[in-house]
Design a protein around this ligand. Structure first.
Ligand SMILES: NC(=O)c1ccc[n+]([C@@H]2O[C@H](COP(=O)([O-])OP(=O)(O)OC[C@H]3O[C@@H](n4cnc5c(N)ncnc54)[C@H](O)[C@@H]3O)[C@@H](O)[C@H]2O)c1
Length: 272
């Protein structure tokens, strides 16, 4: 039976911590798409953000948002995370959350020239990037008494796409990176979860919704029959960062309009 003392989290490692709303969050890939929507949503809701991206112009266009500090840097460099965390602590007094979201596509077919070099670049941004991010933010989160980390994976890390091997493998790696980090830091009151977006209307998918073949595939395979808007992904990130998710760690939250639920062998029902 839950006692009042248990419910308050007393004596349970990592329980009470992380249950208060976050105050300052580092977001990578903040200049565009999902990361930008997360940055805007956090700023609107009064959370301080250190917005990290290698795209200086994109970051500059966030300047009008109150409570957002831009930091230009590449997530594959260890120094980027260190400097961004220092900026957060200097300006906000602490850092208690991180959204490690920067990612790239660009897989080339297995036997194509340059395929291995392209895969190394994808792994560097999509896997090394979040691993460095976790290393950089954990000491600050621990000093803050706990916190939450969300890493952007993909449904492409759960299922595969023809020709998508390097991206598919990198996003599968993110899902297990998150599980491992969740185990390592639960006792510090740090929750670590993955977001697995489906097709979302961003630069990565730009023009895709104008392709008749992709439109047909969306109609055939995605039960909600449309792309997600970046804001819909941001709301899921908000949940994972928030005290409402206080018992969620090591999880992958799939936000894909039902794509992953569908075996895809039979036609979806028409509206009644
Ligand atoms: N859009 C989708 O359909 C979709 C689906 C599943 C997963 N995702 C994932 O969501 C995340 C965000 O993608 P998006 O769709 O918003 O794309 P996007 O291209 O709109 O935004 C990605 C941002 O990351 C930045 N970035 C890339 N490499 C970087 C690096 N090395 N250092 C710093 N910044 C870097 C880019 O400059 C850009 O601003 C990625 O991890 C992507 O793999 C996207």
């Amino acid at each position: 039976m839950t006692t009042r003392r248990d419910a308050a989290g007393a004596g349970v490692p990592g329980r009470a911590r992380g249950e208060r709303p976050l105050r300052a969050v580092l977001v990578t890939g903040a200049a565009s798409g999902i990361g930008r929507a997360v940055t805007e949503l956090l700023a609107e809701r009064g959370v301080g953000v250190v917005a990290v991206d290698r795209d200086e112009d994109g970051l500059a266009s966030l300047a009008g948002l109150g409570g957002v500090l831009p930091h230009v840097g590449d997530v594959t460099a260890e120094e980027t995370g260190r400097a961004a965390v220092a900026l957060a602590v200097e300006e906000y007094g602490l850092l208690d959350g991180a959204v490690l979201n920067a990612g790239i596509g660009g897989t080339r077919p297995f036997e194509a020239p340059g395929a291995v070099e392209a895969a190394e670049r994808i792994f560097s941004v999509n896997v090394r990037g979040p691993a460095l991010g976790i290393r950089a933010v954990v000491p600050a989160l621990r000093s803050a008494g706990g916190g939450a980390i969300v890493v952007t994976a993909s449904v492409a890390g759960i299922r595969a796409d023809p020709g998508g091997w390097a991206y598919n493998a990198s996003k599968a790696a993110v899902i297990n990176l998150v599980r491992a980090a969740a185990l390592d830091y639960a006792a510090d009151g740090i929750r670590v979860n993955a977001l697995a977006p489906g097709l979302t209307r961003t630069r990565i998918t730009a023009g895709g919704d104008r392709s008749p073949a992709l439109r047909a595939a969306v109609e055939r395979n995605i039960p909600l029959r449309r792309f997600a808007e970046p804001r819909e992904q941001a709301e899921a990130v908000w949940f994972l960062l928030s005290p409402a998710a206080s018992y969620v760690t090591g999880a992958t939250l799939v936000v894909d309009g039902g794509l992953d639920a569908n075996l895809g062998l039979l036609p979806l029902p028409e509206p009644h």
